[in-house]
Design a protein around this ligand. Sequence first.
Ligand code: PEP
Length: 261
Amino acid sequence: MTAASRSPSGASTSEASQRSRLVLGNWKMHGNLAENAALLEALRTGAAQPLTAEIGVCVPFPYLAQAQSALQGSPISWGAQDLSTQEKGAYTGEVAGAMLADFGCRWVLVGHSERRSLHGETDALVADKAKAALAAGLTPVVCVGETLDEREAGSTLAVIERQLGPVLALGAPAVGRMVLAYEPVWAIGTGRTATPEQAQEVHAAIRQALRQLGAEQVQVLYGGSVKAASAASLFAMPDIDGGLVGGASLVAEEFLRIAAA
Ligand code: PEP
């Protein structure tokens, strides 16, 4: 143990205090030009007040230009929800990292549970996507999380370790430029949030793996039905550095209240 005190999880208070707060919205496949305009304007106005956390929104591909023009010059950053592993070529329907960078994206989600379950994305593919994002100058937000069956079988930490394996194998210089997000599948879009203690247990294990790699400063977000009412107690946990917010990010006031938590 160093001079810095350690929480029961092993997180040192100095480590935690060096990591800034980040709250990202995942709009999923929601929105239209008119609704987005109102939401983006409300976020921009709300972000005119000093923010305690950095905030960003990950929007559907067709609305990247809209997000860029609405948010440029504001403290709010934007990004996408997926990208191709490929740089360019005959990949119909795919979107390359460089295309996202063209629209000023800072973030790209990779390995969201909906991509894993609905599109069969494997742990290795997710790592390849994270690598492609870095190559395009984007920050990948790598999502991991167990299903309810896996939690009930007591295999949560083993699942997280397996999912993160190929990502951590990219090495500390790469991982140090990522953000990780723990999103228990059973909490996404269900209204059922992990308790702060349940979330912290997994975040502490992720932090330990990052520490072993020499990348302990990586921000680790929690996601899964985060609301303004639950955000403060989750974000008070020593290894939780902010949130990845789905449904609640579609309501400007709620999202800003989460970011203020
Ligand atoms: C998500 O989509 O990443 C998410 C956490 O959704 P929700 O907040 O709606 O559970």
